[in-house]
Design a binder for this molecule. Structure first.
Ligand code: SF4
Length: 310
């Protein structure tokens, strides 16, 4: 499969078939915590980055086998709403396979555009992110395309909530010193109250990512933030300790990763190419292997290298 990946055990969506509509790191943001790597094309231009008809053909072949899935999820190596064919693919699924639920994991930067809000209108769940409300923190954390403005993004999210009939789970990724100050938390809470998501999901770093200086906030701190956000519906995104109990966890993939890095340490991108596994799918397994203490990573010039833990 070229544009589909998984199904992957997703922390937030259960068994999820991934659909990737943009090439590697085409994104409107360049977040310091991105697990895919640094953005190579920082853009807000919407176009058919990959041929939508081919995505639809792949989906048709796959879904005709009636796979057991909790969600078909648009996510991947960049920002899915940048593909101008997103609406066409969602409509195809909803018209032909209405039994499947659709989710879109998005950085939420393009919902000020009416056309984008219309295109996602038939999804069941939208999972936008909002990590900062003050311009300075937004610039520091998300390093946006120069035409993006945080006030417009927030207005877009408020409009989205007014129009969208499905569920909205808003994710906030916390980085110590950048968006966990009392001032930023107050702004985030006030803004979230205006957006009115069905659920606020708090997240933090679970393994080394793009930038070394990004650290995780402690569970204690996340609990404090959760208390602060109440009475909004808020949860901490659970660490995926139970991934192995999820049906789609593939022991084979885990072994292939271990077999490869036992010979030589590799970056996630190397592993993705060698094993022909989508980067997002691979990242789920790398997190699991790090959590279980089987592998570790270290930063080198070419990126983060994964190796067997002695
Ligand atoms: S929006 Fe998502 S894909 Fe884009 S840089 Fe941020 S974390 Fe990475």
């Amino acid at each position: 499969m070229k544009y589909l990946f998984g199904p992957v055990p997703s922390r937030r969506l259960g068994i999820s078939l991934g659909v990737d509509l943009v090439p590697y790191k085409v994104c409107s943001l360049n977040c310091v915590y991105c697990e895919v790597g640094r953005t190579t094309s920082l853009t807000i231009e919407r176009k058919e980055y990959i041929p939508i008809n081919e995505v639809i053909e792949e989906l048709q072949d796959y879904l005709n086998q009636k796979p057991e899935l909790d969600f078909i999820t648009f996510s991947g190596q960049g920002e899915p709403t940048l593909n101008s064919g997103l609406g066409k693919v969602i409509n195809f699924i909803k018209d032909n396979y209405p039994e499947y639920k659709v989710a879109v994991i998005t950085n939420g930067t393009l919902f000020s555009v009416k056309e984008v809000r219309n295109e996602v209108s038939r999804a069941n769940v939208l999972l936008p992110s909002l990590d900062a409300v003050s311009e300075l923190s937004f610039l520091k954390i998300n390093r946006p395309n120069k035409y993006l403005n945080i006030d417009e993004i927030v207005t877009g999210l408020i409009r989205l909530r007014e129009e969208f009939k499905g569920k909205i789970f808003l994710e906030i990724f916390f980085i110590p010193g950048l968006n966990d100050t009392n001032e930023e938390l107050k702004l985030l809470k006030e803004t979230t109250q205006k957006i009115k998501p069905d659920l606020v999901q708090l997240n933090t770093l679970d393994r080394p990512r793009t930038e070394d200086f990004v650290k995780s906030v402690t569970q204690k701190e996340l609990l404090r933030i959760k208390d602060f956000f109440e009475p909004l519906p808020v949860e901490i995104i659970a660490k995926a300790k139970t991934r192995k109990q999820i049906k789609s966890f593939n022991k084979n993939i885990e072994e292939q990763i271990l077999d490869t890095i036992i010979r030589r340490p590799c970056t996630d991108k190397d592993l993705s190419e060698i094993l022909d596994i989508h980067l997002n799918e691979l990242n789920k397994y790398l997190s699991e292997l790090i959590d279980s203490g089987k592998i570790t990573s270290n930063k080198q010039d070419r990126g983060l290298f994964f190796k067997i833990k002695k």
